[in-house]
Design a protein around this ligand. Structure first.
Ligand SMILES: Cc1cc2nc3c(=O)[nH]c(=O)nc-3n(C[C@H](O)[C@H](O)[C@H](O)COP(=O)(O)OP(=O)(O)OC[C@H]3O[C@@H](n4cnc5c(N)ncnc54)[C@H](O)[C@@H]3O)c2cc1C
Length: 234
């Protein structure tokens, strides 16, 4: 099927389209699944950066359904990467549960970018959940020796594949009514922020909005020391 008006707009914006082929699948935990892909030339054409993401195209009720997913361990020389899916009841998530080697999915690259913080951060301050674990892991890998404080919202006891090391301070926060992550960050952030920290907020839309306002308005974090993007809508 076509990609509807969103696809038409992306085409006008010169977004690049690729076909990804599934090569393997792994049920990492009961609520987290990894798929491996060959990239259809994507990495060679557009390059790689930390926390890079693409728009995958699904079909839902006969209509195009586009959702963003992060590249895990992209390897430009091999033309491969993985993606990791936090599982819930949704079209993209459910597709990951049934995808088999040989299945092909369309991907569009548009909007992904990463400006390396300059000067390099002395500490990363990362806020996320299972949907942004691939992005968080990618940042931990991109700054291997940089200390990090991570506030991570959980909805299960799954032993998720964190790439944390001893310079990383991981706080697991059960989602509860959906406000605990915001409260934890609100309490701890002011004492940790310095001109050389880099703050990354990628969680549900409400929490992302609240913490963005905290960082921008109340704590005056400069734009170039801060990235925020809602990863999903409750
Ligand atoms: C830049 C970017 C990168 C992303 N990278 C990843 C990634 O690597 N891995 C990943 O798993 N997700 C990632 N996401 C999040 C993913 O795109 C969303 O979770 C998306 O909504 C899933 O689509 P769906 O079709 O499965 O569900 P939808 O049709 O969007 O939603 C169906 C139902 O599921 C609920 N829902 C959606 N997402 C979640 C969730 N994460 N947790 C709990 N409930 C949810 C919705 O509230 C709704 O009730 C990323 C998002 C962005 C913006």
């Amino acid at each position: 099927m076509g990609h509807g008006w969103e696809g038409a707009v992306l085409k006008l914006l010169r977004a690049k389209d690729f076909k990804l082929t599934v090569t393997a699948s792994e049920q990492v935990t009961p609520h987290y699944r990894r798929l491996s892909f060959t990239d259809g030339g994507l990495l060679a054409e557009v390059g790689v950066h930390p926390a890079m993401w693409v728009r995958l195209w699904f079909e839902h009720d006969g209509k195009p359904h586009q959702r963003a997913y992060t590249l895990v361990d992209p390897d430009p020389s091999a033309g491969t990467f993985d993606m990791e899916f936090a599982l819930h009841d949704g079209t993209a998530s459910n597709w990951s549960g049934t995808a088999r080697p040989g299945d092909v999915i369309a991907a569009t690259v548009y909007g992904t970018a990463f400006t390396p913080p300059d000067p390099a951060p002395e500490r990363l301050l990362l806020v996320g959940d299972a949907a942004s674990l691939p992005a968080i892991n990618s940042l931990l890998d991109a700054f291997p020796d940089t200390p990090a404080t991570i506030w991570f919202e959980t909805t299960s006891d799954d032993a998720l594949p964190f790439r944390t090391r001893d310079v990383h301070d991981l706080h697991l926060i059960p989602r509860g009514d959906g406000t605990a992550l915001e409260s934890a960050v609100r309490t701890a952030l002011p004492a940790l922020l310095t001109p050389s920290t880099y703050l990354w907020i990628t969680c549900d839309a409400r929490t992302t909005r609240a913490l963005t306002a905290l960082a921008r308005k109340d704590l005056a974090v400069p734009k170039d020391r801060f990235h925020a993007m809602a990863y999903w809508r409750p």
